[in-house]
Design a protein around this ligand. Structure first.
Ligand SMILES: NC(=O)c1ccc[n+]([C@@H]2O[C@H](COP(=O)([O-])OP(=O)(O)OC[C@H]3O[C@@H](n4cnc5c(N)ncnc54)[C@H](OP(=O)(O)O)[C@@H]3O)[C@@H](O)[C@H]2O)c1
Length: 262
């Protein structure tokens, strides 16, 4: 891994207590940043810089190597007000909190669709908007955690896919509005291996990995490493960085090769 130095930088990772967000927070901690993570519930264990399990001793500049947790639902404007009231500097915002249950559109409620779009599109917009003055003061950057579900049909998570497609576009729009002071980019993640992977992929990670040219799903540290690079790059803005191991091999290819082998 390339060495990055984020000493003196302040990074906010929404949903940084679990899964990919935890990996992103750990990556920035390992690079010396002061990291704040927010979520609706506290992390099961402190979010620390690797190596686990012991948190490093406090550094002389007051950094602890442990992310500060702030309880906040990113869909709630009052929670966001409280979250940002506690920040006097911000260099990087990673809009990571997101996700959706698997449910076909037929039979699901309007409220579910609204909540999914709120979490995956509206909340990142509100967080970015609220962060903008602080980021403008530091020539900072916003990273949206997008999804390949927003780049191709996403049956079973249609509202989520549509929200992520919107998020990718939103990042490009904000990049244009806020240039040259604040850069805004999207990391478009493919299938990922987190502690919730069994829930997402029905416990069939090995089969899922077989559909990826790289031969495995992305891990939290893969996404964290890309965020470190992207947040430090001085010129890249309005871009989408694909972290999908080469993409998903289309289903027709399996059907065709099965037909050929018979
Ligand atoms: N896992 C994948 O395969 C995959 C693939 C592509 C893209 N992504 C994207 O990557 C991001 C992270 O996914 P993940 O799988 O790592 O998710 P995860 O394991 O379910 O973790 C989600 C994190 O977000 C927090 N969160 C959820 N709702 C929130 C809310 N309303 N306000 C504040 N925090 C909230 C959760 O904590 P609380 O529940 O305590 O609030 C948790 O910290 C999401 O944007 C997702 O769409 C994931």
């Amino acid at each position: 891994m390339i060495a990055f130095d984020y000493t003196g930088k302040v990074v906010l990772v929404t949903g940084g207590t679990k899964g990919l967000g935890r990996g992103i927070a750990r990556a920035f901690l390992s690079a010396g940043a002061t990291v704040i993570v927010c979520a609706r519930t506290p992390p099961d264990a402190p979010v620390t810089a690797p190596p686990y399990p012991r948190a490093p001793a406090p550094a002389s500049d007051g950094r602890t190597g442990v992310a500060r947790f702030v309880r906040a639902d990113v869909r709630d404007p009052e929670d966001l007000e409280r979250l940002f009231a506690g920040l006097d500097r911000l260099d990087v915002v990673v809009n990571n909190a997101g996700g959706a249950p698997y449910a076909m559109v037929a039979g699901t409620s309007p409220r579910l669709h609204a909540r999914v779009i709120e979490l995956n599109l509206i909340a990142p917009l509100l967080v970015a908007q609220r962060a903008h003055p602080l980021l403008a003061a530091t020539q900072g950057t916003v990273i949206m955690i997008g999804s390949t579900s927003g780049t191709r049909p996403s049956p079973g998570t249609s509202a989520y896919g549509a929200a992520k497609a919107g998020l990718h576009h939103l990042a490009a729009c904000l990049a244009a509005e806020w240039a040259p002071d604040v850069r805004v980019n999207t990391v478009v993640v493919g299938l990922a291996e987190t502690e919730n992977a069994a829930e997402h992929y029905g416990g069939r990670s090995e089969l899922m990995s077989a559909t990826i040219p790289a031969g495995r799903m992305a891990g939290p540290s893969d996404v964290g490493e890309v965020c470190l690079w992207l947040a430090g790059s001085g010129y890249v803005t309005g871009a989408q960085i694909l972290v999908h191991g080469g993409g998903e091999t289309p289903a027709w290819k399996w059907v065709a090769s099965d037909g050929i082998s018979r």
